[in-house]
Design a protein around this ligand. Structure first.
Ligand code: UDP
Ligand code: MG
Length: 339
């Protein structure tokens, strides 16, 4: 039993969510009604162009446990989550979407299991009724493919919604890679974990920020940052093609010696040239995917840039906001959050 572990941080990435923020705050206040639990809500404004930041800033004045990190532009949900986790002070951290698709009612259950000794308690969607059939099917294919290719398995139908104990958060934050597939990073660190099944409802307000093209790129990011199998495929394919070429050469030689020279052969020639051309271009493309990511990593740019921090200097809170411009974030797991 971890009785003194009571402080929880909710990390909420938001992008143009002016319609969702008020309803979210209400739902959280209702869901965490236990007076024995203190919590903070860390909003990360991921470059919103609507009134989201103003609404949250107004709330930080009303409620002392609300804080906002405002990024200088849209860095994507993965970077926003990282920014929130970097500044979260809790003994446990829960990333949660603002659109109530991650039901706040599960938070108390997460905390209960955490106090029983689990380091990670993750929500697992048993039904995805709210998602379209295409989305469900493509998600299924992705989880299958990912787990075939990656040595580090991820649970199917598990999003970012989970509770992580402080040691797990610190371990996750040690990975400062730029290509941040959070689900994979969360899984990579290990620790004891347990699933809480839930039905994922539809968004209660606003619009989804992910279209299919974004999801497709997200899937490529996920696979390439956890597996090098796509690179290796070409070695084997190359060997197979080379073997076939050797056999075919042999056949042609025999034919030439036995029946003399044969001029017709345009069709077979074209087929071979085009097939090999396609194979080579695809393999170059895949190598390019990895090379491009390598290039981005090598540059060592910060994962995000902070434009504004609001609500952090509260009585009883000793967060040193001066240390936050993100270039100093390399060692976020330095234990400065001990309480
Ligand atoms: N989000 C973000 N940055 C982005 C895209 C999304 O911070 O570039 C936030 C968004 O405001 C929401 C959460 O991430 O709180 C999940 O986004 P959304 O509900 O659009 O995704 P879906 O549930 O449709 O997969
Ligand atoms: Mg959503």
């Amino acid at each position: 039993m971890l009785e003194n572990n009571k402080f929880i941080s909710l990390v909420v990435p938001v992008l143009n969510e002016e319609e969702a923020v008020p309803g979210f705050l209400e739902a959280i206040a209702k869901a965490i009604s236990d007076p024995g639990i203190s919590y903070e809500i860390v909003f990360v404004d991921d470059g919103s162009t609507d009134a989201t930041a103003d609404i949250i800033r107004a709330q930080t004045l009303k409620q002392t446990n609300i804080r906002m990190v405002r990024l200088s532009r849209n860095f994507g949900k993965e970077a926003a989550l990282t920014a929130g986790m970097d500044v979260a002070q809790g003994d446990a951290v829960i990333p949660i979407d603002v659109d109530l698709q991650d039901p706040p009612e599960l938070i108390m259950e997460f905390i209960r299991l955490w106090r029983e000794g689990y380091d990670v308690v993750y929500g697992q969607r048993v039904e995805r009724d709210a998602d379209s059939r295409t989305k469900r099917r493509s998600a299924g294919i992705f989880y299958n493919l990912f787990n075939k290719l990656s040595a580090q398995k991820i649970e199917p139908n598990v999003g970012d919604f989970r509770l992580m104990s402080r040691p797990v958060v610190d371990a996750t934050l040690q990975m400062r890679e730029r290509n941040r597939f959070m689900k994979g990073l969360f899984a990579w660190v290990g620790f004891t974990s347990i699933a809480v099944p839930y039905t994922r409802p539809a968004r209660f307000a606003g619009q989804t920020k992910f279209n299919y093209w974004k999801l497709w790129n997200f899937a490529i990011d996920g696979v390439t940052s956890f597996s090098t199998v796509p690179l290796r495929i070409w070695t084997y394919l190359g060997l197979i093609v080379a073997l076939a070429a050797m056999v075919y050469t042999f056949v042609i030689l025999i034919q030439t010696f036995a029946f003399g020279r044969e001029v017709p052969g345009y069709a077979s020639l074209m087929v071979v040239v085009l097939t090999l051309g396609a194979v080579q271009l695809t393999s170059l493309g895949i190598i390019g995917e990895y090379l491009g990511r390598l290039y981005l990593e090598v540059k060592q740019r910060p994962v995000y840039i902070v434009r504004e921090m609001t609500g952090f200097q509260k009585p009883g809170q000793n967060v040193d906001t001066t240390s936050f411009p993100s270039s100093t974030k390399q060692g976020a797991a330095d234990g400065s959050h001990s309480r």
